[in-house]
Design a protein around this ligand. Structure first.
Ligand SMILES: [Zn+2]
Length: 419
């Protein structure tokens, strides 16, 4: 593994290291100093028809046409694309903040386009459209993605949120970080001089990041104290955070919503079994038969009780100002409940079913922190104590990750916030 750190240049002070997921830990940190150099002007004859990928962030009020023209696509080409794109109009409405990647040549001809967007069901889906001859085709194949480990280190100047944003750490990761340590400390109150080191997964499609995965390891050093968290996967669908000694960092809820039901699909990017595209699964699915009671896993208040397109019969419980949970596809609600009702952990709120867009009965559960969906298994559901075999596996795994964190600690002057 080559841990490459881009050290301060031109006032941008960011320590960044990206390591391939499967690589062995490095024995030596390689520090590379990046500088911006002026490129010589290309000769006017350098028209080659060569294709390249360009990326642009979607701004508020952007239209697809406007964005394509900013990326250098000719207006005739953009028009042709918009009128013949083989996907629904709704999928072409871009969300601000999303990144659009296009493949063009130096004549402004468009060859490919990809972005992550919400479908009609509110699910995030990777849209891949490519030109074959003069025809546009939506990709029918499963997109080949690759997961890499991204490493970031920041020193807090005014706030951790600001420092992480400045270092380009995605919002999902910033939020996860607060949740991981929620029972240890309030990360939003970390003082100036605190250091935070992070290793998290980034999902790449053809070399460009399209989504963020789990935070794999995190370390906070503040006031001479140190906190560490390591992600441990219980199975292919769920996992949680433990300290180096194997103790869970969060107690979590006292109950699961469906007793003894296995998790059939976890949180994160999942391949859609029918459509063969990538979807962001914003919750977890429990396999259980129609009519199985669903209980509130913690005390709360019924915030929503409704029938919606994709979710079917859905209940949202509010547990605190920050935290809410959602239960979808119910066959029916518990008849005594209504909007505003108070529930206690263990109270039945409804019954498993197959309403909404589903292939069979199951419970789809989501956990929202400040309105953003987070992984229920690592942030809210009951903590799993590890058995001896799991503790051993965690130790081996955490030693590797701790090595990455140690590399970050040794990078000098990795200040990632401008004031
Ligand atoms: Zn689901």
């Amino acid at each position: 593994m080559a841990a490459v750190a881009a050290l301060p240049f031109m006032g941008v002070l960011t320590a960044v290291a990206v390591a391939p997921g499967e690589a062995k830990p490095a024995a030596v940190a390689v520090h590379e100093v990046s500088q911006l150099l002026a490129l010589p002007a290309l000769p006017a004859t350098a028209v080659t028809g060569e294709r390249y990928w360009r990326e642009e962030r979607v701004l508020r009020g952007d239209t697809l046409g406007g964005l394509l023209s900013r990326l250098g696509v000719s207006s005739a080409e953009a028009n042709h694309f918009i009128h013949s794109a083989p996907v629904s109009r709704d999928l072409l409405k871009l969300r601000s903040g999303a990144t659009l990647s296009v493949q063009i040549d130096d004549q402004g001809e468009l060859f490919g386009l990809r972005f992550l967007n919400d479908d009609e069901n509110g699910e995030k889906v990777l849209v891949v459209i490519e030109k074959s001859g003069q025809q546009w085709q939506a990709s029918a194949e499963a997109p080949a993605t690759e997961t890499i480990q991204t490493v970031r280190s920041v020193d807090v100047r005014t706030s951790l949120g600001g420092a992480l944003a400045q270092a380009g750490v995605p919002l999902e990761v910033r939020l996860q970080l607060g949740e991981i340590f929620a029972e240890q400390l309030d990360t939003s109150r970390l003082k100036r001089g605190s250091r935070v080191n992070l290793v998290y997964e980034t999902l790449l499609y053809k070399g460009s990041p399209i989504s963020t995965g789990n935070v794999l390891a995190a370390e906070i050093i503040s006031d001479g104290r140190q906190w560490q968290a390591f992600y441990f996967a219980h199975d292919s669908e769920s996992g949680a955070y433990y300290d180096a000694a194997g103790q869970p960092l969060r107690k979590g809820f006292s109950l699961t919503p469906v007793a003894n039901a296995p998790v059939s699909s976890g949180f994160g990017m999942r391949l859609h079994p029918v459509l063969h595209n990538l979807r962001m699964h914003e919750g977890i699915d429990y396999a259980a038969g129609t009519g199985t009671p669903i209980v509130a896993p913690a005390d709360g208040m019924v915030d929503t009780m409704a029938t919606q397109n994709g979710y079917g019969n859905v209940v949202i419980l509010k547990h605190s100002a920050k935290l809410s949970t959602l239960y979808a596809h119910m066959s029916r609600f518990e008849s005594t409940l209504k909007r505003g009702s108070k529930v206690r952990a263990g109270d039945v709120i409804g019954y498993v079913g197959a309403t909404g867009r589903v292939t069979g009965p199951h419970l789809h559960m989501e956990v929202h922190v400040d309105g953003l969906a987070v992984d229920p298994s690592s942030t809210a559901l009951p903590a799993q104590t590890l058995n001896a075999t799991q503790r051993l596996a965690l130790r081996e795994h955490s030693v590797k990750l701790a090595g990455n964190l140690k590399l970050l600690r040794e990078i000098p002057a990795s200040v990632a916030q401008l004031e």
